[in-house]
Write a protein that binds this ligand. Structure first.
Ligand code: DAT
Ligand code: MG
Length: 149
């Protein structure tokens, strides 16, 4: 089944929003298959955001991501990559729709609370970058027949 990489950024952790954010994915019906609370090394942050390395905000973004712990997670479910992006909302919280995580909880682009992989292929790369295979649990919630026909 499809998997995506989700990370609660340092602002979400510092603001006490971990349970609020995790709860949205849990209540939706997606399955948590990996999670760790961690300080991110500069090397990992630079690798994760390598696609943005020429952008003017890159240095500040990396400094921000390593400034406090993050909650790194892998979530599983049918269509989870695109659905998680919808749950997260547009990059700038001021324009994210109400009802999304960023739209409900944030006010600025550099403090937008959460990362989510943007495509199935990116998700596979990010899961592999952040997690060893043995850190992921293959399990099927007993509630699944009530979520999937
Ligand atoms: P997203 O996180 O929605 O996938 P992105 O991949 O374009 O957005 O950018 C990665 C992160 O970089 C984003 O979550 C916040 C930061 N960022 C993006 N554009 C920015 C900008 N113009 N100024 C400051 N930070 C920015
Ligand atoms: Mg992105």
């Amino acid at each position: 089944m499809e998997r995506t990489f989700i990370a609660i950024k340092p602002d979400g952790v510092q603001r006490g929003l971990i349970s609020e954010i995790i709860g949205r994915f849990e209540k939706k019906g997606f399955t948590l298959v990996g999670m760790k609370f961690m300080m991110v090394s500069r090397q990992l942050a630079e690798q994760h955001y390598a696609v943005h390395k020429e952008r003017p905000f890159f240095a500040g973004l990396v400094d921000f991501i390593i400034s406090a712990p993050v909650v790194a997670m892998v979530w599983e479910g049918d269509g989870v990559v695109a659905s998680a992006r919808k749950i997260i909302g547009a990059t700038n919280p001021l324009t994210s729709e109400p009802g999304t995580i960023r739209g409900d909880l944030g006010v600025s682009i550099g403090r937008n609370l959460i990362h989510g992989s943007d495509a199935v292929e990116t998700a596979q790369q990010e899961v592999a970058l952040w997690f060893k295979p043995e850190e992921l649990s293959d399990w099927k919630p007993t509630v699944n027949p009530w979520l999937y026909e």
